[in-house]
Design a protein around this ligand. Structure first.
Ligand code: IMP
Ligand code: MG
Length: 183
């Protein structure tokens, strides 16, 4: 995407709102309650996959009412616009040993499933007390490797979405809702 596009062009590509701010808020409150109940009193580490999941993590951690820590790692599978390259690269790793934690990976969207499949394998090898995956969005139709999240807040059909952390060419992450993107 051309970063020098006009504001009209920027707005035109936001095709329609798919999930509203209110719907996201409600789903996160529910997920926070579920997580708080099932991990009551145990050491939780929420691991956010950057960059897409940073907004979701920020809201989800505030919906959790038991002590939890946060960690970040950067995994990239999309390098050009809306086309997946199929290569998952860890460009920034966690800063601590996870063996003493119940780890919850917090992801923005599961598409082909490749990113999480690789990240889960990698983190399991580090022997956490347990490992679960929560994703804001899931596009099951697009799956190329068999992968299922433990908790998925919304299932969507096969279209490219932006907002609430998700980008197209690094922009649109700041939209407070999820929208369909179109050229
Ligand atoms: P996967 O490895 O194909 O499951 O890719 C997951 C990653 O691709 C996500 O963490 C996103 O960064 C990106 N991605 C997949 N679908 C979309 C989309 O519809 N909008 C924005 N990013 C997406
Ligand atoms: Mg991502």
């Amino acid at each position: 995407m051309d970063k020098l596009q006009t504001i009209q062009e920027y707005q035109r590509r936001i095709k329609r709102v798919v999930i509203t701010e209110e719907e996201i808020k409600e789903a996160i409150a529910k997920a926070g309650k579920t997580i708080s109940e099932s991990y009551d009193g145990r050491p939780i580490l929420l691991v956010s996959i950057l960059k897409g999941a940073f907004v979701f993590l920020a809201d989800l951690c505030r919906a959790i009412t038991v002590p939890c820590e946060v960690g970040f790692m950067c995994a990239q599978s999309y390098y050009s616009g809306t086309v997946s390259t199929g290569v998952v690269k860890i460009t920034m790793d966690l800063d601590r040993d996870i063996s003493g934690y119940h780890v919850i990976i917090v992801e923005d969207i599961i598409d082909t499933g490749r990113t999480l499949n690789d990240v889960v394998k990698m983190l399991k090898a580090r022997n956490p007390l347990s490992l679960r995956v929560v994703t804001l969005l899931d596009k099951p139709e697009r799956r190329l490797v068999d992968f299922k999240a433990d908790l998925s807040l919304f299932t969507i059909p096969d279209y490219f979405v932006i907002g609430y952390g998700l980008d197209c060419g690094e922009i649109y992450r700041n939209l407070p809702y999820i929208a369909e993107y179109g050229e």
